[in-house]
Ligand binder design. Structure first.
Ligand SMILES: [Cu+2]
Length: 140
């Protein structure tokens, strides 16, 4: 017979064979984590950030986020509660695209919705601008 003298192949698995299908569950976990990341970013974008401005009754002027004075902010929309507590001071905020102020002679509380752009913003009291004045940076 012609086939009788053909070499016989003794097949089998190589010694280092690994079943690669066991890696599939890790791929599913990574996809789940990135979906959750997108969901939390949407929630942040929908929440306006609140700031508190205050001038008087003494010779003080502040702009705070929570308990901290504002030094840097990210560009975007903010809601500022402005408390002008004296009839001889005012609160002015000016910078790129913005110049807004309370009245010097009035004691008043105002709510300003402002759009802050990258750059330097300054808040001050007009009659006492030499010493009632501070600045902060807005970054992209
Ligand atoms: Cu003043």
């Amino acid at each position: 017979m012609a086939g009788a003298n053909l070499p016989t192949y003794h097949g089998g698995m190589p010694a280092d064979f690994k079943p690669h299908l066991l890696r599939a569950p890790r791929v599913v976990m990574l996809l789940g984590a990135s979906w959750l990341g997108l969901a939390s970013q949407d929630a942040l974008a929908a929440t306006p950030i609140k700031l508190n401005a205050e001038v008087g009754p003494g010779f003080t002027i502040t702009l705070k986020k929570g308990n901290n004075r504002v030094v840097t902010l990210k560009a975007g929309s903010y809601v500022i509660t402005v408390r002008d507590r004296a009839s001889d001071h005012n609160f002015r905020l000016r910078g790129p695209g913005l110049n807004r102020a309370t009245a010097v002679s009035r004691v008043e509380t105002r709510t300003w919705t402002v759009s802050l752009r990258p750059g330097t913003y300054t808040y001050l009291c007009d009659p006492h601008a030499s010493h009632m004045k501070a600045s902060f940076q807005v970054k992209r």
